[in-house]
Design a protein around this ligand. Sequence first.
Ligand code: PGA
Ligand code: ZN
Length: 426
Amino acid sequence: KISSISAYQVFDSRGNPTVEAEVVLENGVRGRGTVPSGASTGQFEALELRDRDVQCFRGKSVLRAIANVQDIIRRELRGRDVFDQAGLDQAMIELDGTPNKSRLGANAILGVSMAATAAAASARGEPLFAYLGTGDLLPLPEIQITGGGAHANWRTDVQDYLLIATGARSYAEVMEITHNVYHAAGDILKRRGSYFGVADEGGYWPEFKTNEEPLQLLVEAIKAAGYEPGRDAVISLDVAASDLFDEESGTYQFGLEQRRFSTAEFAALIEDWCARYPIISLEDPMADTDWEGWQMVFQKLGRKIQLIGDDLFTTNIHRIRTGIEKGIANAVLIKLNQIGTVTETLEAIRTTQQAGWLPVVSARSGETEDTFISHLAVAANAGQLKVGSFSRSERMAKWNEVIRIERALGERARFVGSQIFETILP
Ligand code: PGA
Ligand code: ZN
């Protein structure tokens, strides 16, 4: 039984305040959860409650969310069965009473939800992944090589240029291929005099003249590391197109190249990139309100490319169901704090899988040392994990945790690598 719940302010990878919650059981067992924070957030996400008092942490403090845990959530959940995760989450949802968790704050609710899971796992003497589910599948990582968009002051318009090590036969081999390609890309940038450190998620700071140049860099880096593009390693893009879409004119804009596109033109550009580069996956190629654009992209690429909705679905079961009915994507990005409870996140993954689509468990651009998502990816047999790049410890903590989970699973651990795409790409 839960004996007490507390919350306090800690700081994320951008140095911004965030919520950490702690759940203590009657037998003294404890669990903690630390909430991440996005920068290119979708408009349909659950609400992250910030105090907006410019005198306090430049408006970014989360003291009200913390007070909501201490004053409201604590009272409601004290004495309850910590193993009833669905009941705990449902109680917080009802206590909040809004569709987007705007009264208590999704950051308050999620902190407690994660902490309760951690405490329950600990009480059972199980690792988090074993408590969360029966899964045994090690995820195939999507790893950022250059960052852009809201994570790099708009030096490129496209947000993430990522690598997927499709040739890897084990998780260890993914790590090796990624290490080699990531550093090869760094060497190339140094040689060109365009190495300027890293962006928010640890990918290289993008010093390019066009949004296409990073694609060339990736192909070059894969080759320079001794691999064959298209076979051993391929490209994945998070266009984060909601950030490029001007609702009023209905156009997409590339600030870097001073170009403007209609929906059809933007879809054609994306299609052209997919024809000329070994791209296997596209996230948010269209804006979260441009369902027609999504339809267009899906018609052209839906049989060849993984099409992931992030801002489009915001881990929201209703939005995912609408997407499934319309048949406009084949994968869903899964972020705990977009929806705000562990139970709803697991449901979102299940809904995705039941439709024959692929879930991609994801971190946020503002991250912490919490490794919950590594466990979630394995527990739910998600098959893919996206955590940003291959540097900075808030990122590496997640990749490393999968190594530990693999050890804990022992003989049971499975890795299917790029075969995961066979589900959606015939
Ligand atoms: P965010 O970026 O955490 O800033 O939203 C991640 C993503 O768009 O996938
Ligand atoms: Zn995204």
